[in-house]
Design a protein around this ligand. Sequence first.
Ligand code: DON
Length: 305
Amino acid sequence: MMQQILDDITAQMALETDRGKVADYIPQLAHVNPNQFGISVATPDGQVYSAGDANTLFSIQSISKVFTLTIGLSKLGSTLWNHVGREPSGDPFNSITILEYESGRPRNPFINAGAIAVVDAITMGREPEEILDEIIQFVHFIADDASICFDYKVARSEIDHEDRNAALAHFMKSFGHLQYDVDKILNTYFHQCSIAMSCEQLARAGLFLVSNGINQPTGAKVISPQQSKRINSLMMMCGHYDGSGEFAYQVGLPGKSGVGGGILAIAPGKGAIAVWSPGLNSVGNSKLGTKALELLGERTGWSVF
Ligand code: DON
């Protein structure tokens, strides 16, 4: 049944001619072939269903913000919210405007400024190498896969074109809202975004959010049930930036997008869905990925509403 649904969706996506536009503000991502499409669904019973290019590695980009938020919440608990808010911004992912009105405190952990503030919060005096080691080990733990790596070319490409994120970070620092060295924080942030994963790996990594903080197939306790619910709430409200309302309306599931064209969506109690197609819509979220999730929602009835 699920396999048939994924095969049908993949066949339908192959017919799409308007596939959106690949992100080019990170030059290394501009080289990715836009004709690719992959989808995987991981379920708590340990099954993974896949179709299309589900084993091809892609740059998870902002989806990594879910993982650093999880690390931040487990390390700092509710004091994380001293560093970052939890309201939708209604603004693009790299916007600076609200930061000025709100004294350098970013609205939520999923816009770039918020994710940079989360990196600052989890730094705790450590060097980027140590934090990155913690982040990648955490991804290995939740995905049950130690082969997942950073893509150093993508990270380099972002460092070479860091002006907007550097502006956000310096602006926050000018309000006293970041504690550590901006270059080091950005170094960590760019590497975190460069992690390369396949749809299959990403769907497995999302399983802890399906089952109240526990990865059922491995038994790993990742985070408390309450924190898992809260991460899902944030994904629903803020995971697609200024496209979050539309995504909630069309799909009805918590989701987090990345400019690499990936989306991780969570159907609580049912499954984690990872979809990838590199072309983006006007607000920087995967065009076919969103469409595929709408179709999956129609076929499965998976929605939190
Ligand atoms: O900082 C950036 O701009 C990228 N590393 C991440 C942005 C992103 O993925 C936005 N999501 N759709």
